[in-house]
Ligand binder design. Structure first.
Ligand SMILES: *Cc1c(COP(=O)(O)O)cnc(C)c1O
Length: 368
């Protein structure tokens, strides 16, 4: 590229183009990556996907006509997902990770002049993506047990005319399940979409999908992901189950061909291994229970978790300091100690049994 040249022959330099003013106030979302041996900070599965999946995928990939654009509607993948959940193809929307599903929801139903609601502390990206899309953000507060008190729900939804209300169940980073009475109450109170983010749903064995048959179920959107329970964070595939009108709206704001041919096949093939994946989910839940039993013998508070992570708070020591001393022992957990409502807390992902041992031993040492 040539730069404009002034009459004097010097290259003209102008001031940097300012980014959108409202973006300047947002810091990007990131989980610090530190070089450690035991990485328990991003809630990934400690296990690779089933070996049968890799083999079946290699065969499927050989058949993909890569010179052609992918099926824009991702019909085979959506049909497989519809089968998996007992819904119809036109009730499934797929995207490049569930974060892109959230972004499409906010592009279609949020935007300038509209409001979204989230109850903190919860998944930071709900509010972050809302702000990126110019959507107003109203934040309610969770109670001490990290569920949403019905009075708080009524207060917040009564004041905000929200077009999108977010729940996260199990909630990241607290691990707690959202009582479905709250989801139903939000549907009745708000008039907007109510989104239940179930990125960790299978660890709890529960899903809000059945609530779609209840009152106002046509405004309920259940969002989930292949990243955590399917051991496929490296793939980038998430989806929503919603009424066909909502699916159509999401398709209208997504970029053309946003789910590539490889991802479509990889997800479709993965659904053939649902049984094996379910066994892994069970074994991670058992490892989580073992970890919770060991945490119960240490001087920490912890919260009941229905996910693949545990939120805990050292009783006599500063949370950030504990985080730092764990890093010095090559164990990385998520430092949530500075988040509003989570003062002093840390979140640990359930890893392999060896990783969990390393974490608990390091924590014992640090707290001693
Ligand atoms: C990890 C996570 C996701 C996953 O996002 P992807 O884009 O599918 O990787 C979504 N929601 C919550 C609450 C999460 O913790």
């Amino acid at each position: 590229m040539t730069r404009p040249v002034t009459a004097a022959g010097a290259t003209a330099v102008s001031a940097p183009v300012p980014v959108r003013e409202d973006l300047g106030r947002l810091s990007g979302y990131h989980s610090p990556q530190v070089d450690v041996q035991v990485r328990l900070n991003t809630n990934e599965s400690p296990l690779p996907p089933p070996p049968g999946w890799t083999e079946a995928l290699q065969k499927a990939v050989a058949e993909i006509p890569f010179n052609r654009y992918p099926d824009r509607q991702a019909n085979r993948l959506r049909a497989a997902l519809a089968d998996h959940h007992g819904v119809t193809v036109d009730e499934v929307f797929c995207a490049n990770g569930s974060n892109e599903v959230l972004q499409c929801l906010l592009l279609a139903y949020g935007g300038p002049g509209r409001t979204s609601v989230a109850f903190e502390p919860t998944y930071a990206l709900h509010s972050h993506i809302a702000r990126l899309t110019g959507t107003g953000v109203v934040q309610g507060n969770r109670a001490a047990d990290f569920t949403v008190d019905p009075r708080e729900l009524r207060r917040v939804l009564g004041e905000a005319e929200a077009t999108v209300t977010f729940f996260c169940s199990p909630n990241n980073p607290t691990g707690t399940l959202e009582p479905y009475a709250n989801v139903e109450a939000a549907l009745a109170l708000s008039g907007g979409l109510v989104v239940v983010d179930e990125a960790y749903g299978p660890f709890s064995g529960r899903s809000a999908v059945a609530l779609r048959d209840g009152p106002y179920g046509d405004r309920l959107v259940v969002v989930t992901s292949f990243s955590k329970t399917w051991s496929l964070a490296g793939l980038r595939l998430g989806y929503a189950i919603a009424t066909p009108a909502v699916v159509e709206a999401l398709e209208s704001v997504a970029l053309p061909y946003h789910v590539d041919a490889f991802t479509q096949e990889a997800g479709r093939v993965a659904l053939g291994f649902a049984g094996e994946v379910q066994e892994r989910v069970q074994s991670i839940v058992q490892d989580r229970e073992r970890m919770q039993q060991r945490l119960a013998r240490l001087p920490v508070d912890q919260w009941p978790s229905q996910a693949n992570f545990v939120l805990f708070r050292p009783l006599h020591k500063d949370g950030h300091e504990v985080w730092q001393q764990l890093v010095e022992r090559s164990v990385l957990v998520r430092d949530t100690s500075g988040w509003p409502g989570l003062e002093g807390c840390l979140r640990v992902t359930v890893g392999s049994p060896e990783e969990n041992d390393r974490f608990v031993s390091a924590l014992e040492e640090v707290l001693r």
